[in-house]
Design a protein around this ligand. Structure first.
Ligand SMILES: C[S@@+](CC[C@H](N)C(=O)[O-])C[C@H]1O[C@@H](n2cnc3c(N)ncnc32)[C@H](O)[C@@H]1O
Length: 409
């Protein structure tokens, strides 16, 4: 059975630049196959920071049990529409019928005047969208799952925001796009349809997995069951602010009481209420000599450049302490004879310094009794204009690598 028809998973959300590339998926698909082959029962897999859950359709095709968690609730709703069950109800209803259903739910938006706002979504539009969300809740579960995902996938087309030079840093306000509600909703349905065609299509050999989706802080949460393998990819630590990247969607989700701005995101830019700095600095530097050296270098450069707060030392300390805790939690639910932890890491850069996230994690996991190595191949990688976020060192772009690491006990 071919893994995917055209070899890649189509993008469903407006921004998925952090998702796995095909070459990474190829390696992971093979590794998971040999892990599953060594067992007599379906594989149980956990991704604590799953984002767009790139392994979801694989789990469905091969019949794995798979837990996908991401603190960002947006992913939970959109991923729910990626399951085999959702695909089947999409096929039963048909895209035309689904479009007229969501258009009826969101009726009246086109009649609202387009006015300049400072918010992410004009208040009159937000009210209509919130009403559409409530109507989704009145549908049966399978249809409601689809209509909620479609609304979320269309939110940007109903929002008012401007793009900045940094593609992850939107600014709220302005005029909403001229697209009609039907165009916006249709585009969302088309993206889902394309996804289904690529990952499920006419495949008759689909085993059907057991997919469990959650939206928790992974450093404080684990699935109830023990798992065979953990596969995940940590967020960047170059101040990509997930709450800002998905601001229009989060603005909408908080209006329907789902989302609360939280600082539990790894890589959050907020350090001003960070009271655990001293203890966490000790925690990370005890676990990783590499980090001890790195943080010392960051501290020195900061003094040289700005002579003020030690923002960056705090920022990186917070990031790595959170990351180590997520991995500790995930490791704690690995059952006996497990296939270990796979993590896909893109190094980041800071003012000409390479931030070797993989190395730090490898050292941390070693102190917990894991043997860690990275698999071949690795890829040289440049972020979308993000390799340097410093005003002072714009031109520095260190060589960055994307690697798949494997930790076994
Ligand atoms: C690099 S992205 C994952 C990308 C994913 N592999 C994909 O293909 O879409 C990292 C994810 O970690 C999530 N995240 C950040 N902090 C988290 C936390 N404390 N608990 C759970 N998820 C978190 C972010 O929302 C983001 O989706």
């Amino acid at each position: 059975m071919a893994a995917l028809k055209n070899g890649h998973i189509p993008q469903v959300l407006a921004t998925e630049y952090a998702s796995y590339r095909d070459s990474v998926l190829d390696v992971l698909h093979k590794e998971l196959k040999s892990a599953a082959d060594s067992q007599s029962r379906p594989l149980v897999l956990y991704d604590p920071m799953a984002g767009t859950a790139p392994l979801l359709s694989l789990a469905e095709r091969r019949g794995y049990t798979a837990y996908f968690n991401d603190l960002n609730s947006l992913h939970r709703y959109v991923n729910a529409a990626k399951t085999l069950a959702s695909y089947r109800s999409f096929k039963d209803i048909g895209s035309k019928e689904l479009l007229s259903l969501v258009c009826r739910m969101a009726a009246g938006i086109d009649r609202l005047e387009r006015t300049v706002t400072e918010e992410w979504i004009e208040s009159s539009v937000l009210k209509k969208l919130a009403l559409a969300w409530r109507k989704s809740e009145d549908q049966g579960q399978s249809v409601g799952t689809l209509t909620k995902a479609i609304l979320l996938l269309a939110i940007r087309d109903f929002s008012s925001f401007v793009k900045t030079k940094n593609p992850t840093w939107l600014k709220s306000g302005g005029l909403r796009p001229k697209r009609t509600a039907k165009q916006a909703l249709k585009s969302a349905i088309d993206r889902l349809d394309l996804f289904y065609q690529e990952v499920y299509g006419e495949d008759t050999d689909l085993k059907g997995g057991d997919i469990i989706l959650t939206a928790n802080d992974a450093s404080r949460f684990t699935p109830k069951r023990k798992v065979d393998v953990v596969v995940t990819s940590p967020p960047f630590c170059n101040r990509v602010d997930w709450d800002r990247l998905y601001a229009p969607e989060h603005y909408f989700l908080s209006a329907v009481s789902v989302w609360h701005t939280r600082t539990e995101f790894l890589g959050t830019t907020a350090v001003h209420r960070y009271s655990d700095f001293d203890s966490e600095l000790e925690f990370v530097t005890e676990r990783s000599d590499y980090l001890a050296r790195f943080l010392e270098e960051v501290r020195k450069r900061q003094i040289r450049n700005e002579r003020k707060s030690n923002y960056w030392v705090k920022y990186f300390t917070r990031y790595f302490a959170g990351l180590f805790r997520v991995f500790d939690m995930a490791a704690s639910i690995l059952r006996k004879n497990n296939a270990g932890i796979y993590f896909v890491v893109q190094d980041n850069g800071h003012r000409g310094l390479l931030i070797d996230i993989g190395e730090a994690l490898a050292e941390s996991l070693s102190t917990q009794g894991f043997q860690v190595r990275h698999l071949e191949p690795s890829w040289e990688r440049r972020h979308m204009g993000l390799q340097n976020i410093s005003r002072h060192h714009r031109l520095v772009s260190p060589r960055q690598w994307e690697r798949i690491w494997h930790a076994v006990q």
